[in-house]
Design a protein around this ligand. Structure first.
Ligand SMILES: O=C1O[C@H](COP(=O)(O)O)[C@@H](O)[C@H](O)[C@H]1O
Length: 237
């Protein structure tokens, strides 16, 4: 199946790209462009990024973009409840692949907190996110099961995480795979972004996207919560 065959809502735009490197470069250029616009118009900018394995080439391209990183706040859509030194840490991922050279001047508001329980860590992250400026651009990823951020199907707290009116900025969630304990920005906070971009690579994730577009149950495939709002999908085979 080709991405052009998807039945997309009018609010969704697709950028079909030739390959992974082209996707990474195009996404980085577009994110940086939006951040430059925000800095020019209000003196600061805020970007929320996703973790996992696939964002590495994009993060490295973004690190090389010429912009005034001292005026940029960076946060994460989700985090694994592990310290930054742990190989699964999304904060560690950014430290290794984004905060290098000039990009090291960015302000980072992370979600991880060392606490007695995941629930307390999420409350602490929720409080820390009160300092997050309005989100200019959000880059989402998507898992093969239709999760985005760490809004996983069948997780406790998922209904609250998907509630568009929730007052929570961050919640504790459980993933089906290790590490299970996650911290996730809520849909309510994520949906406040001025621009939302979704990075999707490969035939498997295209099939997931097609399945997501074919149904309405947000708890079955939480990515559905973002498919009917303005969204740009960056896709490559
Ligand atoms: O667990 C996660 O998975 C998704 C997708 O990750 P990917 O490596 O398959 O791209 C990611 O968007 C999310 O932030 C991450 O914590």
């Amino acid at each position: 199946m080709a991405i052009s065959e998807l039945q997309l809502p009018a609010s969704v735009t697709v950028y079909p790209l030739a390959d992974g490197p082209t996707l990474a470069a195009t996404l980085a250029a577009d994110v940086a462009g939006r951040l430059r616009q925000a800095i020019a118009s209000k003196g600061q900018a805020c970007v929320v990024l996703s973790g996992g394995r696939s964002p590495v080439p994009f993060l490295e391209k973004l690190a090389g973009e010429a912009l005034d990183w001292s005026k940029v706040t960076v946060s994460l859509a989700d985090e694994r409840w592990v310290p930054v030194e742990h190989p699964d840490s999304n904060a560690g991922l950014l430290a290794r692949h984004l905060f290098r050279g000039a990009a090291a001047k960015a302000r980072f508001i992370g979600l991880y907190h060392s606490a007695a329980s995941l629930g307390i860590a999420a409350e602490q992250a929720d409080e820390a996110l009160a300092a997050l400026p309005p989100i200019d651009v959000l880059v989402l990823g998507m898992g093969d099961d239709g999760h985005t951020a760490s809004l996983f199907p069948a997780s406790p707290n998922l209904l609250e995480g998907l509630n568009p009116s929730s007052k929570r900025r961050c919640l504790p969630l459980l993933a089906p795979s290790v590490p299970r304990q996650r911290l996730s920005m809520t849909r309510a906070l994520l949906a406040s972004a001025g621009l939302t971009l979704l990075s999707v690579q490969g035939a498997g994730k295209l099939a997931t996207l097609r399945a997501a577009l074919a149904g309405n149950d947000l708890t079955e495939m939480p990515i559905r919560a973002f498919l009917h709002d303005p969204l740009s999908i960056y896709w490559c085979p």
